[in-house]
Design a protein around this ligand. Sequence first.
Ligand code: GLC
Ligand code: MG
Length: 248
Amino acid sequence: MKPFLFVTDLDHTLVGNDKALVELNEILNQHRQEYGTKIVYATGRSPVLYRELQVEKNLIEPDALVCSVGTEIYLDNGDTPDAGWSDILSPGWNREIVFSVAKSFPELAPQPDSEQRPLKVSFFLKEEFADKILPQIETKLQKYGLNIKLIYSSGIDLDIVPRSSDKGQAMQFLRQKWKFAAEQTVVCGDSGNDIALFAVGHERGIIVGNARPELLKWHTQYPADYRYLAQGYCAGGILEGLKYFGFL
Ligand code: GLC
Ligand code: MG
C-alpha cells in the first residue's frame, strides 16, 4: 500500500452517513499511521462552523483544513491561515466593493456574519432567480475590474471569491507542497463548490451517490475515466470509490 492524499468536502460528502463515517475514519486513521496518507477537509464553512461540525460529528483531525471554499488553508491544526496562499489570492480583490455591489441586488440575502470572510463574501440566492441574476452580478463586478469569481451551490449558496481561489486550486497547492502525484490524490464531493476539485486536473475523483443535480450535470457534460460516480451515500460512497481506485 502507498500513501495517498485524501481530500474531501464535509457536508453531504464525508458527513451524512454516520455508520459509514465511523468505518471510514478508522481506515483513514490507520492508513495515515502506517503509510503516511494525508487527510484534507475542503469545506465551504468558515473555521467557526467547521469547529461546530467537527465536535458534533467527531471528525478526525485533518493534516490540513481548506475553509471558506478554498480561500483559507490551515496547516497542522493551526489557527492562522497560510500566508503564502492568502498572498496568491489577494491581488485584485476588494471585499467592500464586492459586498456593496452584491447588496444592490434585492434577490441576494447576506449569509450570517461568521461566513463573511476576508477573501469570501456569501449570500443566499433562491434557485428560481439564479440563472437571471448571476450573469448580472458578474457583469456589474467586472466593471470594477476586480479579479473575482462566483460559485453557486446547492440551489441556495452564492460565494464570491478571488478568481484564483477555489477548492481545486487550494487542493493543488497542498498536493504540490507535499509532492503527491495526481494519481495518488483523490478528491470527493457532492455539490457545486466541489466541481473545482474535480475539474482542476487529473486527480482521482469520487462523486458520492447523493450528489446534487448541478454536479451530476457537470459530470455528464465532462465525463472522465479518472472520476467515479458512487452508488453509496456520503462516507459509504467514499469507501466504495477508494476501493474502486485501489487506494485501500
Ligand atoms: C458552507 C458555508 C457557506 C457557503 C456554502 C457553499 O455552507 O457556510 O458560507 O456559501 O458552504 O460554499
Ligand atoms: Mg457538500
